[in-house]
Design a protein around this ligand. Structure first.
Ligand SMILES: [Zn+2]
Length: 318
């Protein structure tokens, strides 16, 4: 029997049989690890409560024939307790662990940077000192940089020309200069792009000195950029996005911004003047981008419903 030990964050848990669970951890040295925790669903389990999502734990495993088996667990940080008691923190944390699970696709592939990003973000959510949606967006931007999907926030994504540029296009990889601009681009307010850059680089003074509207539009762009790069929708993100959609758009894509554009200077604006235009100023950045690039809203809402009602039960039979 071969034993090893590592520190990791619990990304998710699946029920297995009557009393066991399969635990997915993102570990410091072994990347993503899936292991069986035996008897953890019994009330007498020695370590059941420590192996809940968001738990930061030190674990001893032995190498099994198919899955490794958890033999000892010690809590490193009790992130889960404060996070599950706060709805905003909980939805942000759920999106963080699910994104980490997706990005650390290969098991046993070292992903130290991602592990440190997850720990930092969960610690910030557990501390409660920062706005949960800013913590989430900072994590998502840095995780995308880890994955090689960092959006271009100052230079043109296509030709590299230094900005500032006005057009942002998820499919193209971020900002586009006037020469490279393509139909379907959105025009976020400069403050939105400054916020995204501040979150990417950990400039919290700048990030926290922003309005709710700017944060909301930045969240929409970050979510759209991430979703474009992931092959399928995250189950957790629609919760965050829905909050962002509740209020009408103001700062980033207001009609005054559009009015300054020459009429018909791209396809989107041509639509503005046509009869039955879908493109009203009330659109959020996320909706605009989702409509151009991704699945429809019904599908997003369906994914959210599935996440709410399915969850662990859905996984139980797997
Ligand atoms: Zn360009």
């Amino acid at each position: 029997m071969s034993l090893y030990r590592d520190t990791g964050v619990v990304l998710r848990v699946h029920k297995l049989g009557e009393a066991d669970r399969i635990i997915t951890l993102l570990t410091r040295r072994h990347g993503k690890v899936r292991a069986v925790a035996k008897g953890v669903r019994r009330t007498t389990s020695r370590f059941g409560a420590r192996l809940e999502p968001f738990g930061h734990v030190d674990v001893q495993f032995y190498t099994g024939r198919t899955l490794d088996v958890v033999t000892q667990v010690q809590t490193v940080d009790a992130f889960a307790l404060p996070i599950v008691g706060d709805y905003q923190a909980y939805t942000a944390a759920a999106a963080i662990v699910e994104t980490a699970d997706r990005l650390a696709a290969e098991e046993e592939q070292p992903a130290l940077k991602l592990y440190l990003l997850v720990c930092g973000a969960l610690r910030a959510l557990a501390d409660g000192g920062r706005d949960a949606s800013l913590v989430l967006d900072a994590f998502l931007l840095r995780a995308m940089a880890f994955a090689g999907w960092e959006p271009a926030l100052t230079e043109c994504a296509r030709c590299g020309e230094h900005g500032p540029h006005a057009a942002f296009n998820v499919q193209a990889g971020g900002l586009l200069c006037t020469r490279c601009r393509i139909p379907g681009s959105v025009h976020p307010a400069p403050e939105v792009l400054l916020l995204m850059a501040a979150l990417l680089h950990g400039d919290w003074d700048t990030a926290e000195d922003t309005t709710h509207a700017v944060r909301r539009d930045a969240s929409g762009l970050v979510a759209a950029h991430l979703q474009w790069h992931l092959e399928r929708q995250l189950r957790s993100l629609p919760f965050v996005e829905r909050r962002a959609r509740e209020a009408p758009l103001t700062a980033a894509l207001g009609s005054d911004t559009r009015a300054r554009q020459a009429p018909g200077d791209d396809a989107e604006h041509t639509n503005d003047t046509g009869p039955g235009s879908r493109d009203t100023p009330a659109d959020t950045v996320a909706e605009t981008v989702a409509r151009e690039t991704g699945p429809g809203e019904a599908e997003v809402a369906g994914a959210a419903e599935g996440a709410r009602h399915g969850g662990d039960q859905g996984d139980a039979g797997a």
